[in-house]
Design a binder for this molecule. Sequence first.
Ligand code: SF4
Length: 91
Amino acid sequence: MDVESYIEQAPESCRGVMRRAFAGNSLRAAINAKCLACCNYVREDITHCRVTICPLWHLRPYQVKAKKRPGRAQRSPAKASYAEEQSQVNG
Ligand code: SF4
C-alpha cells in the first residue's frame, strides 16, 4: 500500500492530519496520526487509551485536560464581587 492509499482509507475527517504527518514537518501531526490509526480513527478511544507503556502515551491527543485553576477574578473576592455588582448594574 502506498502512502496516498493509506491516507485515503482513513475517514475524511482525519485525512488532513494524516497528510500533515506524512509531509514530515510536524511532530504533533505525526503523533496525532499515529494515535488515530492505532485506535481505528476513534478519537474517544485515544482519550481512554490505557497503553501506558506506549512511548506516545503522555503525548497522545484528545486527553481530558485537568481542571483549570480558577482565574484571577474567581480567586479574588474583591474582583468577584465587583463583577457581580457590575452584572447587577448592567442587568
Ligand atoms: S498512545 Fe495509545 S493510541 Fe497512541 S499510539 Fe500509543 S497505544 Fe496507540
